[in-house]
Design a protein around this ligand. Structure first.
Ligand SMILES: [Zn+2]
Ligand SMILES: [Zn+2]
Length: 216
């Protein structure tokens, strides 16, 4: 699932305890206190280890509750309300900091996937292999779209699809075997085969490979 985190970076609040910009973190799915969600996918948290709230929190909690924890300052997006999050270690929440550069890269990839999916509708008609290959080779794209793209390989009848597929590492084995079957059909329809030694395309009748000269 892709969330548009962009807007959360437009105005990042500052911690009232240390004047440092808060970190934009993914909200944990469960609010530890009451078992409900936060009502927000993002929390702004002060992760400054020198923040006075955090530094002094250890002694406060030890005294009040007798266990080893401290506080981090937290605000929800769109609210000025101050919240205290109890944390058991310095590292809590640091793993859920949202990386804007990564979010942007994901967005670009997702937009490209959407464009390719839309182009599939006319791909066979316009002999356009590009969106088909884009989806087949995008490991992050949704599997339904990738399989739909795969199902068009034979109709597109373009042998230039073979190399990139052969050179791709598929995580989904059913997609990989589907592509292999499509390639076999394509080769057959074009009276070609792959040389078992050098993998170049040769005539299906060939007794000697014209590329590596090996006997077949
Ligand atoms: Zn702070
Ligand atoms: Zn060969």
């Amino acid at each position: 699932m892709l969330t548009d985190y962009h807007r959360y970076f437009e105005e990042i609040p500052v911690c009232p305890h240390c004047d440092q910009e808060l970190s934009c973190c993914e909200a944990p799915p469960i609010h530890i206190g009451d078992g409900l969600g936060w009502g927000s996918e993002v929390l702004y948290i002060c992760l400054n280890d020198d923040c006075s709230l955090f530094v002094n929190g250890w002694a406060q909690i030890e005294e009040q509750y007798g266990h080893s924890s401290s506080y981090r300052y937290m605000q929800l997006p769109g609210s000025k309300e101050a919240n205290l999050m109890m944390v058991g270690s310095e590292d809590a929440f640091k793993g859920s900091i949202i990386d804007l550069e990564k979010v942007e890269a994901q967005n670009v990839r997702y937009q490209d996937e959407k464009k390719a999916l839309a182009a599939l509708d006319s791909a066979v008609e316009t002999r356009n292999l590009e969106p088909v290959m884009h989806l087949i080779l995008d490991e992050a794209a949704a599997i339904d779209g990738r399989k739909r793209a795969m199902s068009m390989l034979v109709a597109l009848n373009d042998l230039s699809c073979i190399d990139p597929i052969r050179n791709h590492k598929f995580r989904d084995t059913s997609l990989e075997s589907g592509c292999n079957i499509a390639i076999q059909q394509l080769l057959k329809a074009n009276f070609k085969k792959e040389c078992p030694y050098c993998m170049e395309l040769i005539k299906s009748q060939a007794k000697v490979c014209m590329h590596c000269k090996k006997d077949l």
